[in-house]
Design a protein around this ligand. Structure first.
Ligand code: UTP
Length: 302
């Protein structure tokens, strides 16, 4: 039992990154040298998926181009003997992996975006990865960890993370009953509660394994704030019919949909990068020591 289809909803407007996202996709913003969406696809492949389903919009053609072969570029790199670059371009989509692109005609929310995947997903369980939630730094990529839970229980699994209580109003927050440390059954889900109303500080982040029943439930979901059809509402209905698990993944999550999270991802992944990590570390050390000196009244003599 393995999840073979991964859905990437990439049709959002990305308003928090305007004007950068006016004509180009938020998911194509690079973290060091790879676009966010490439990290997401790599994670899906590492979990065993072999069909990538992108829910896109008219400003997102660059995503389709990115996962297409570029024979002209490849032949130029080949002629110049740039083997490593050629490999990096070819590795964007390994052999045996297929891509499907579906347009979301109007940005009516994450739930509605996922419902657009129905013709490609059919009646199979499937994964959803939000590319702007970049997760790294664990023994195994997040979706592969979730896949192991799915193989054990054969039901829907949501990735969750403990967040500071004062931040519960930014997330979908779950009420749970523990099965074992790090794994629980979800009893309730509340969208963006204030800390005093939050049932826990376990927040849902952008990784889901869902059963196809979710499509019918999204169809029945009424639009909420801003006319958007929320995935959270459909998940709440799913919980009434089937077991939905909350899995506390290992790894660091960067909210690359926000400027601060995106900058943190670039700094931390930059420090780990095999080509530039050491140089970048030296640069940051020098920069921070300059700050320390100028902050220190004794050092500046004032
Ligand atoms: P966000 O809540 O981050 O919205 O969507 P957004 O439009 O991308 O960004 P902001 O808030 O305006 O800055 C979460 C994920 O759901 C997708 C987005 O592309 C993102 O991956 N999404 C959202 C859709 O595909 N369609 C939608 O209608 C809404």
């Amino acid at each position: 039992m393995r999840i073979r289809k991964a859905v990437f909803p990439v049709a959002g407007l990305g308003t928090r990154f305007l004007p950068a996202t006016k004509a180009s996709a938020k998911e194509m913003l690079p973290v060091v040298d790879k676009p966010l969406v490439q990290y997401a696809v790599k994670e899906a492949i590492a979990a065993g998926a072999d069909e990538m389903i992108f829910i896109t919009s008219h400003t997102k053609n660059s995503i389709m181009d990115h996962f297409d072969r570029d024979y002209e570029l490849e032949s130029v790199l080949e002629a110049k003997g740039k083997e490593e670059l050629l490999k990096s371009v070819r590795d964007v989509l390994p052999p045996g992996i297929s891509c499907v692109f579906i347009r979301q005609p109007e940005q009516l929310g994450l739930g509605q975006a996922i419902s657009c995947a129905l013709p490609a997903v059919g009646d199979q369980d499937f994964a959803v990865i939000l590319a702007d939630d970049l997760i790294s730094g664990a023994f195994q990529p997040c979706m592969a960890q979730m896949q192991r839970v799915y193989q054990e229980y054969g039901t829907s699994v949501l990735a969750v993370q403990r967040v500071p209580w004062e931040e519960t109003h930014k997330y979908g927050i779950v009420e749970v009953e523990e099965i074992r440390p790090g794994l629980s059954e979800i009893r309730g889900i509340v969208e963006k509660p204030d800390p005093d109303k939050a049932p826990s500080n376990l927040a849902v982040v952008g990784r889901y394994i869902l059963t196809p029943r979710i499509f019918r439930l999204i169809e029945k979901t009424k639009p909420g704030a801003g006319g958007e059809i929320q995935l959270t509402d459909a998940i709440e209905a799913l919980m009434g019919e089937q077991t939905v698990l909350a899995y506390e993944f290992e790894g660091t999550r960067y909210d690359c949909g926000s400027k601060f999270g995106y900058l943190k991802a670039n700094v931390e992944m930059g420090l780990q990068h095999p080509d530039i990590g050491e140089e970048f570390r030296g640069y940051l050390k020098q920069l921070t020591s300059e700050w320390t000196e100028s902050d220190d009244p004794k050092a500046t003599g004032s």
